[in-house]
Design a protein around this ligand. Structure first.
Ligand code: ADE
Length: 241
């Protein structure tokens, strides 16, 4: 079964990169199916209006619920997760990507302006899971680039999409830690040496060194991740280091 991705947006051309690179190859190989839909086809006035002034006043425009209701009636298979990118969402994480990759597909609703009338997500929750998510603590002009980010994070976890399944399992975040540094030839480059243990052929020593580097880097760059590890993830020696 092919993993099905549908995106509803007022800027369908923005999603052209979905057909490039890793995801493009997965589409060619039939592992992933992508549909991009122009929200304006579900408007009902000559101006194809998708937004209106916010109730209660304030700046910006809010996306009207009616076109979204018709769009989701048309493109969302019952039970399929609806993902709504918004800076006001819960943080998107690798754990979410893993969960979503195990589902039959995803529908993304791209908001612009000040977002989509909240009743759309509230109503949609009656037909399946709805995830309002942010890809980081900054504000984008719309959800389209966030959809590119999330579809890439999810589809590379679908079996057969990556050439080598192992590479996803060793990635940063797969075990809750950041991945340590990587090196290739030459062993000495502009006076910088590759750590000698990597040339030793001692696989147990290499595994220990990689684990230590992963912990060191995570402590330096993402102490929040270390603090969030489940009980028993670190040995007493690692906790002390
Ligand atoms: N739309 C605007 N900003 C966003 C963000 N940080 N994450 C997801 N969607 C967004």
């Amino acid at each position: 079964m092919s993993f099905r991705i549908d995106v509803v947006t007022i800027f369908p051309e923005y999603l052209a990169p979905l057909r490039q690179s890793l995801l493009g190859k997965a589409i060619e190989r039939g592992l992933v199916t992508v549909g991009v839909h122009d929200l304006r086809q579900w408007t009902d006035d000559v101006h194809r209006t998708v937004d209106d002034a916010p109730y209660g006043g304030g700046p910006g425009m809010v996306m009207k619920p009616e076109p979204w209701g018709r769009a989701l009636d048309a493109v969302r298979p019952p039970g399929t997760r609806l993902v709504v990118p918004t800076p006001a969402g819960r943080p998107f994480t690798h754990a979410m990507a893993v969960e979503w990759a195990s589902e039959p597909g995803l529908v993304f609703a791209c908001g612009r302006y000040e977002g989509i009338d909240q009743r759309v997500a509230d109503w949609a929750a009656g037909a399946g899971p709805v995830s309002e998510v942010s890809i980081g603590d900054y504000v984008l002009a719309g959800g389209e680039s966030a959809v590119l980010v999330m579809t890439e994070a999810v589809t590379r976890l679908i079996p057969g999409v990556l050439g080598n399944r192992e590479s996803a399992e060793l990635d940063s975040h797969a075990d809750g830690l950041l991945e340590g540094p990587s090196y290739t030839r030459p062993a000495n480059w502009r006076g910088h040496e590759v750590p000698p243990v990597l040339l030793s052929g001692d696989h147990a020593a290499i595994a220990r060194w990689r684990r230590a580097e992963s912990l060191r880097r995570t402590a330096a760059r993402r102490p929040d991740l270390l603090a969030a590890l489940p009980e028993g993830s670190l040995t007493d020696a690692e906790r002390a280091a």
